[in-house]
Design a binder for this molecule. Sequence first.
Ligand SMILES: Nc1ncnc2c1ncn2[C@@H]1O[C@H](COP(=O)(O)OP(=O)(O)OP(=O)(O)O)[C@@H](O)[C@H]1O
Length: 628
Amino acid sequence: MDGKQKAPGASEAPKPSKPPKPPKQRNPIARLLDFAGGHRKLTVLGCVLSGVNAVLSIAMLVCVWFVLRDLVAVAPNWALATHAAAYGLAALAFALAGLIVYFAALMCTHLAAFRTATNMRKAALAHLSRVPLGYFGTHSTGELRRVIEGATGLTEGVLAHRFPDFVGALVTPVAFFVVMFVFDWVLGLLCLVPIVVSALCMMWMMAGGGGDENTNMMTFMKNYQDALDRMNKGAVEYVRGIPVVKVFQQTVRSFHTFRDAIQAYVDFANAYVRLCTPPQVAQLVAINATFAVLVPAGILLAQSAGDFPAFLSDFLFYVVFSALTTMMMTKVMYASQALTEAQDAVMRLEGILGAPLMHEVAPDRAKEPAGNSIEFDHVSFTYPTADAPALRDVTLSVPAGATVALVGPSGGGKTTAASLVPRFWDVGEGAVRIGDVDVRDIPQRALMERVAFVFQNERLFKQSIADNIRAARPGATRAEVEAAASAAQCDDIVAKLPDGLDTVVGAAGVHLSGGERQRVALARAILKDAPIVVLDEATAFADPENEALIQRALAHLTRGKTVLMIAHRLSTVVGADKICVLADGRLVEEGAHDELAAAGGVYARMWEDYRRAAAWRIGKAEGGGHAA
Ligand SMILES: Nc1ncnc2c1ncn2[C@@H]1O[C@H](COP(=O)(O)OP(=O)(O)OP(=O)(O)O)[C@@H](O)[C@H]1O
């Protein structure tokens, strides 16, 4: 048992796949567009069209200005303004064309955004379907859902709206300045000053005020999102723990993690405001200072202007339309923020996509188990998030058709050992074999068909009881489902429900107790009729009536099967073919009950404690509270 020899066959067994090497840091937009696939072109087209729309809008404004200039030049003899009508029509045509082009741009970006978000969801779900089942024990479904929904929701917003708006907002000032320089380069240059100052302020903001690597906006956003996540998790824990808080008359302050998470979030939010305020204020002041630059300059230039009415109409054009650039620069600022958020969302999604995959054997290397025995061969295992191994060099065997019980102190490694058989996790060292074949060499589907497992707190779907049972074998007939329910002692549950087996679990007023849920889960396992059963015997907390029913259901489920059972109460293991005692991740004893009870080791002490506890209960019942 203590020998440290290399497990036979372990060298051939493929190692679980390692997380992929972190890819070279790429532009977040490029990473987003990777998910767009063939629809990437639509995003590009949408952005180009948004840019075209910006140019058309400027052309329309220029035409409007031409109309005004013509009218001012001939005032009050309007009839002399011969070009005004043509410019007016041109303005209308540009406006219409702009509308159509913008509509087409949004169509393209929306189509691409929906497709990208769908592909992101698909990629995440496809990846999650291939990670080891144990991954879901350490990553709650709520957390995963939040990351996926958050990332895809943000992506939709960014690609459908912010991205084309960003391009349009960038093209507008550029086109505008071209026009301004063509008409009057001095005024054009003056309009450019606040824009350049504003752009510099924006760069200052993105660099986190100081440009330091640790305070740049991206790092800051990540830390901020982490703080938000911690606070959300703390809130969920708090809500879950409200009954305990109430019973023990505690306050929110007793939830240190939640309180600390809130404090950390507040600190980050304050730091965020402190970090962004100076550059943002400077940026807004600069962008709105166009008039402060233009008006004094206009007064100076007016004095040297030959044709004052012509100068005035030109000047008005610059004053009125430079406000448009201000608006566009503000849009650019908000769009950049959205891009930073999207980048963070993509990084979080990539966190899921980077989770190590469970290795699936290649079809040509797949092997068929020769029988239904289970063997642990020098197995060691450490949880991905833990430092110390949960199992150390464990070697044990369950012959085909035998029942082996895993017992031992809490935290000894029983659940971990059981979860390696259906490959919730893959071993770190050694091998788990079924019918002499490494479980990693058995195709996942074949393994799942061979092993049924029932763990504590089995979840039921919000479906009818019949469908919950049928989940084990979707092709099962109604009669087979009824027989499984009956064998799992579910008759009393079915009888009291309004629609019998067709009652939807979790629907209004339909709640099953823990023991009842476990019996439905057992019916599911009975229907599956797999030759190997791995189960967590969890009747410890059931009431006596439920316990008797569960024991009967278990007897039915395990008849003629190879059984690896985690036993919490020693009364259930007395009849097992073999008892394996796990303590601190090691197999410390194994043998039949009588042997171990007489050996004076860990099991003998546990058995003695168990007998004393049972006797105490009887004594208390009969003797008014005295230990027997
Ligand atoms: N998901 C996990 N991540 C990290 N460590 C874990 C995880 N699950 C269990 N462990 C650790 O692995 C060790 C073995 O735990 P395991 O649940 O297998 O013990 P157990 O014998 O089944 O305990 P119990 O009888 O209380 O259910 C413990 O130290 C536990 O803290």
